[in-house]
Design a protein around this ligand. Sequence first.
Ligand code: ADP
Length: 621
Amino acid sequence: MAKAKKSQPEKFEFRAEMKQLLHLIVHSLYTHPEIFLRELISNSSDALNKIRFRGLTDKNILDPNADLKITITLDEKKNQFSIEDTGIGMTKDELINEIGTVAHSGTLEFLQKLSKEKKPLDGQLIGQFGVGFYSVFMVTDEVTIETRYAEADSKGYRWTSKGEGTFSIEEIDRKQRGTKILFTLKEEAKEFAEEYRIKDVIRKYSNFVDFPIYVDKEQVNRVTALWQKQKSELKKEELDEFYKFLSNDFQPPAGFMHFNIEGAVNFKSLIFIPDTAPPTFFREDLEKTVHLYSNKIFIQDNAKELLPEYLRFVKGVVDTEDLPLNVSREWVQNSPVIAKIKNTLVSKILGFLEEWSKTEPEKFKKFHQNFGPLFKTGINTDFTNRDKIIDLLRFESTVTEKDQFTSLKNYVSRMKDNQKEIYYLTGENMDIIKRSPNLEYFREKDIEVLLLTDPVDIFIIPSIPEYDKKPLKSIEKADIDMDVDDKNREEALNENLSKSLIDVFKETLGDKVEDVIESKRLVDSPATLVSGKEALDSSMERMMKYMDKDFTGSKKILEINTRHPLIKNLSRINMVDSKSTILRDCIVQLYEGIQVLNQNLESPGEFIKRMTEIMVKATEK
Ligand code: ADP
């Protein structure tokens, strides 16, 4: 009876999410169906890495002396494809749980969104989302996996599925450890039964896989540890190819570094800076940054301990002789060797970027645009390298050309003789920022102001209280030293008139504002709002409100421009009738108008109504 049961395949259902995902994969158009091969090879390579690693300490594995390799067999006549590895294999549980679930939450939603936009799905993404195996359904309607886990008492299993919601598993007689995946190609994918095509794809995506890949007895990839070479021996094509292999990027990198470090710590490393941010960049969990090797043996492919979060955009390899061979993940986490490598790497990468900023300004700019928002956060997390990071920051300012940036150092070199502070203004976008009345004084006096629109800036600027002993100051603050020309004073309302008008402003606005004062900074605008000395600037407040709905923020100070014709008119009305409705309406309108500019007005209905009334009065006669 037991025997009969053994030959009876057991049926299983994929989980709901998996079914939807499979439906999407099977029924969507792909730009790169060839990716399936890269994904299968990459799974085999992972399985081979696992057994090699395990074999270092465990001599009881199945087939301890088997060659570590990947073999691809093609049958052009029957359109058949198979790939087999001598890796760790899978247990029955793994077949059920690993091949049958979506490992990363949100994957389905993300792929569905892309598919809804009716764009052809980029096969490349499938692999990056940890569902690489299923990319086979781009090229076939039914897949078989035969596998045996690398333990002497394990059993062999066959898994089959049409990708339509169910799969089945049966026990088979399999002598050797490892996994074989086989299928018949769909009509439109039959090119993948052709030897030259498969070899081409291997060279394109899998040339640097650590284990030999055979197609009809011929080894196709090169298996060279490129980072072990001398820098002078490295060729550009080779490096580009290696980068593409590591990163799954289609474009060559923007730049690379090669280190051969000897001394307190020993390691060789190749580090690349991508040309563009990958589509998965926002999903930190999916990004593979630096691969860690110990004496050419692969240890792990996303060694987070090797680099701080803010440098997560680089790709590369670190190979060290200083780790014990049976290194575990926990060991890596707490290792002083890794900590030393990390320090050296960080300082080398920052040095490289510094060099780039001088010799490759265009590349540096692109790096900043791609990865700046992440990179900047280093200021708040890497205190050792804070000053270096600050020097690498770039900002737009009132003097930079469109899409050009300045460093704080260059800003300081342009400061006026009597200028003691570095000025900045934050805002949602350049359009809004450039219209801020608070800039008028600075424009007139030709004083440079940094214009910050990246939301990250709002968080990092408070952690740079000064640069080169010059305090950084938001020009939204009330306590800014400003010179006012005598000529301007002559044009302004006299002290009595202005005091009387200010009283009416205060009375009308009541506790909406902290204070009303005469402005020194305004040139063309009648009024502006500024923050008190201790208050947050308005972008910071917006951010706080966003995070905490109950956050009310602090009251602002209203500054009025007593040289402005509108303010002068209001003063005239005030002389005649300080209770006049039009005077009061104009005051509220001025105040709310500034809130409109700052995108901060909560009740635009009232604002518009009042504006209509004012227009009616202005057009009455
Ligand atoms: P990912 O590789 O990103 O985890 P996949 O869908 O490609 O996602 O594979 C799912 C899992 O199936 C792998 O993590 C691994 O545990 C297992 N697997 C796939 N192919 C093999 C193989 N050739 N040998 C051993 N295990 C494999």
